[in-house]
Design a protein around this ligand. Sequence first.
Ligand code: AHG
Ligand code: MN
Ligand code: MN
Length: 335
Amino acid sequence: MANKKQTLGEFIIENQAAFKYSSGELSSLINSIRLAAKVVNHEVNKAGLVDIIGAAGDVNIQGEDQQKLDVYANEKFIQTLTNRNIVCGIASEEEDDFISINSQDENHQNKYVVLIDPLDGSSNIDVNVSVGTIFSIYRRVTPIGTPVTIEDFLQRGNQQVAAGYVVYGTSTMLVYTTGHGVNGFTLNPAIGTFYLSHPNMQFPENGHIYSVNEGNYIHFPQGIKNYIKYCQKEEGDRPYTSRYIGSLVSDFHRNMIKGGVYLYPKSSLNSNGKLRLLYECNPMAFLAEQANGKASDGFTRILDIQPTELHERVPFVCGSKNMVEKVEEFMRDAQ
Ligand code: AHG
Ligand code: MN
Ligand code: MN
């Protein structure tokens, strides 16, 4: 029960000693994300009170209207990571290109790059439904002391050093992994401290929830259509329950706790689905595997895919191991 009272700050310090990241750089980086998360959380919670909702007028590289909170969250995460001189590069869903950070005093000595989806599920903001932030951390592959290049960002997901998300829900949680399991921390808003509330999170091997935008059914590949029919069939422990929030972070979070599978397949409209490999699918896939779950594009392990572009999209199936494997079986059979 001692764990229950452990703060995220204490947890980071304790685990820094246990792992090889003894320079403390990764710990400081997670600390900076913790800080930015609190700032964004404060703003998200005010969304209904102040005039912050609605499109900011810009269109991001994906061709979508940016909501004001997307812009705000993007700025806060970039500002925090830049000001604290903690990373050498940042890529964000909201930025066309990656950002190279020139640390004047330390001459580019930082070794980590961060990729973020600053506000995930942004269409939910003005209807008071949970949104999130997703982050993914890599060690740079180009030499320390030089400006970062695209190569530092286009790494396979299996090279991630850490990944996590913040869910701004009924309570705000920060959930992350450094490759040694997944731990979840809940924010006590009264004092602004995250506490370890969900140690060693695990996907149940089987689940009863499937999460997919069924409105797109007609456009899905046959394997996915067949899987959806399988979920709905009355047989054994089926039919399953359908739950879809439309915010990957929240759908993933629920499925990890209760057991379920999230699907964003390709369709006849989007040949690679919608979700972005680098700052949505890879971090969630890393978390899933660290929590005894699985993530696939329907055929291949997400973490093994070699990225070719910063904003590329990929079909995504993620969640309880046996459910993801069942989807893969349906995909194979429909080939
Ligand atoms: P974002 O708000 O960062 O653009 O991400 C939204 C993503 C994901 O979070 C969600 O699961 C999915 O888009 C919902 O898409 P549909 O509305 O097409 O179902
Ligand atoms: Mn997103
Ligand atoms: Mn987003």
